[in-house]
Design a binder for this molecule. Structure first.
Ligand SMILES: Nc1ncnc2c1ncn2[C@@H]1O[C@H](COP(=O)(O)OP(=O)(O)OP(=O)(O)O)[C@@H](O)[C@H]1O
Length: 253
């Protein structure tokens, strides 16, 4: 594994607080395919931890393994408590907010109705929505299916933020978005991460450099690097080696 003294860096960044999430020797198998092969890493209680890796290495599967949406073995601890035997609904109620890659907003419902599914009393009037998503307040009566990809991403983010979360799992929130919207989503994530730790799957390296504190890199179902986000992104050779990309190919953040 590459990366210098990842555990000391984590302790430094959090003042020694225990991690909000721990994965210990997590394996996922789909039929004959061994997708996660003993993944272990911690998510500290503050900031953004970016989960990186080439296409198909198991990033989404890792998030699903945390939530019990993928068949896994190994230990998963949320705030020090084992959750790997709990049903997904209990894990989510325990404080994990999940924004999946495909956003899963209800296209036939309005913005307001999507939010009221989570918070029947306040919907778009919730302070967090008014503060972070003024555009959604203006579009409260618009059907979510007619929103742009970026606007739908905002609905999906707003929906999880209507609940108290100990941790957010956010899967490729900027995928397919125009550069301006990438920046808007990044602004929201940066703001949110001031109060709630985020485990973020993201391919956009400028965005990772801007908002992530630390990175965990997967390759072929295993953790191959942990360390500071700024260090990885500044090292063109390492990003090419680990991710197969160079900064020039990425969009704005
Ligand atoms: N339900 C499933 N059944 C069988 N194989 C699956 C299933 N879900 C994922 N896989 C396989 O597991 C591997 C990892 O998929 P995963 O979606 O976790 O990768 P990823 O790193 O998130 O990729 P990407 O960056 O392309 O989104 C892939 O080879 C994928 O085909």
């Amino acid at each position: 594994m590459t990366g210098t003294n990842a555990s000391r860096e984590v302790a430094d960044a959090t003042g020694g607080s225990p991690p909000v999430l721990q994965l210990q020797d997590v394996h996922v198998r789909y039929g004959g395919s061994h997708i996660l092969q003993g993944v272990s890493f911690d998510v500290p209680v503050t900031g953004v931890t970016a989960l990186l890796g080439r296409n198909g290495v198991g990033k989404t599967t890792t998030l699903k393994a945390v939530l019990g949406l993928a068949p896994r073995t190994g230990r998963v601890l949320l705030q020090g408590r084992e959750i790997q035997r709990l049903a997904t609904a209990r894990i989510v109620r325990g404080g994990i907010g999940y924004v999946p890659e495909d956003r899963e907003v209800f296209g036939g419902l309005t913005v307001e109705e999507n939010l009221r599914l989570v918070d029947p009393d306040r919907g778009v009037n919730a302070p967090v929505v008014e503060r972070l998503f003024p555009d959604l307040v203006r579009r409260r009566a618009q059907r979510a299916g007619t929103l742009s990809g970026g606007q739908q991403q905002m609905v999906a983010l707003a929906r999880v933020l209507l609940r108290e979360n100990a941790l957010l799992l956010i899967d490729e929130p900027t995928k397919g978005l125009a550069p301006k919207l990438v920046t808007e989503v990044a602004d929201v994530l940066a703001e949110v991460s001031r109060t709630t730790p985020v485990l973020l799957v993201e391919q956009n390296l400028p965005l990772v450099r801007r908002i992530a504190d630390r990175v965990v890199v997967l390759d072929a179902g295993q953790v191959v690097h942990r360390g500071a986000a700024a260090e990885l992104v500044a090292d063109a050779g390492l990003t090419r080696e680990l991710l197969g990309v160079s900064m020039r190919r990425e969009g704005a953040a």
